[in-house]
Design a protein around this ligand. Structure first.
Ligand SMILES: [Fe+2]
Ligand SMILES: [Fe+2]
Length: 282
């Protein structure tokens, strides 16, 4: 298996286009960069022993890029025995039929939430869909490595949830902690003054490329309400997190940055319906 364990590194464009990036033990970013989009998608592969799990597998048109990167980890697609879908949008579920075809493994199961499974069914009815709550909120690899699932209702769908890898203290969050691609890098690495920033309109670094504004805008537009976001942040804050791996934007790669972004999101006004009713939007 390829060994590309690297942290907080600005990877060159060529390696990001073609290579899986191993950023924690057994965890690979298998996403893609497209300069023409306002969004960036980040499927993740967890490889453990002779098994693997794919989280938020990606959209239909970029399937070949994701699969190329999976193959370049040295894994056989048939070793993937779980597809985790943390909600049901097409940017993470669109390639389900292609994945099922190439994985071609009778033991394959989808792990999601009952509220999501109703809609995931419309991408494909083929693979059995499980509700994580009936799995005691966890999945264990044969080695004992454990993934834990925590519901985050209405951030942004009723059945949305996050996945916590106990071994590496990595939290996979789907759209939560996502960002519009104002300034995409694989990993976010905040300046100390950005961590303490109280007014994104008055940059302490006098920069016109704020690394936080895309995160704020994303949550105002994609999350449903301040109430739902606050409830979710209360759940997330109880976990011991070393890094956050969202489905859009950058990997938040340190405890300090995770805590800074949580503080920032607690201060964001006009989330969801209040954003669309606000003067800012109108
Ligand atoms: Fe979504
Ligand atoms: Fe998304």
């Amino acid at each position: 298996m390829a060994n590309k364990e690297e942290k907080n590194v600005n990877f060159n464009t060529e390696s990001l286009e073609k290579e899986p990036i191993n950023f924690a033990e057994g965890i690979y970013w298998v996403g893609y960069s497209d300069e023409n989009r306002g969004l960036h998608c980040n499927p993740y592969l967890i490889s453990e022993g002779d098994e693997a799990v794919l989280i938020d597998g990606g959209n239909r048109d970029d399937f070949s890029t994701v699969m190329l990167k999976i193959l370049r980890t040295g894994l056989q697609p048939s070793q993937i025995n779980r597809l985790i879908y943390q909600h049901y949008d097409p940017d993470l579920c669109g390639s389900l039929p292609q994945l099922e075809a190439i994985i071609n493994n009778d033991a394959l199961r989808i792990i999601s939430h009952k509220e999501n499974n109703v809609f995931i069914h419309y991408y494909s009815a083929k693979t059995e869909k499980l509700d994580f709550r009936e799995l005691d909120n966890r999945f264990e690899f044969k080695t004992g490595r454990r993934l834990e699932f925590y519901p985050i209702p209405y951030c942004h769908h009723p059945g949305s949830f996050v996945t916590y890898d106990v071994k590496t203290k990595t939290l996979f969050t789907s759209d939560l902690f996502g960002s519009f691609d104002t300034r995409w890098k694989l990993t976010l690495d905040l300046d100390e003054s950005c961590r303490e920033c109280n007014d994104l309109d008055k940059c302490p670094l006098s920069s016109n490329k704020c690394p936080l504004s895309g995160i704020v805008k994303f949550h105002q537009r994609i999350m449903t309400s301040n109430r739902a976001l606050e409830n979710t942040l209360n759940i997330v804050e109880k976990l011991d997190i070393d890094r956050i791996a969202p489905q859009h934007g950058s990997i938040i790669a340190s405890k300090e940055d995770v805590n800074a972004i949580i503080r920032l999101l607690r201060k964001v006004k006009n989330v969801g319906i209040d954003y669309f009713l606000s003067e800012e939007y109108i």
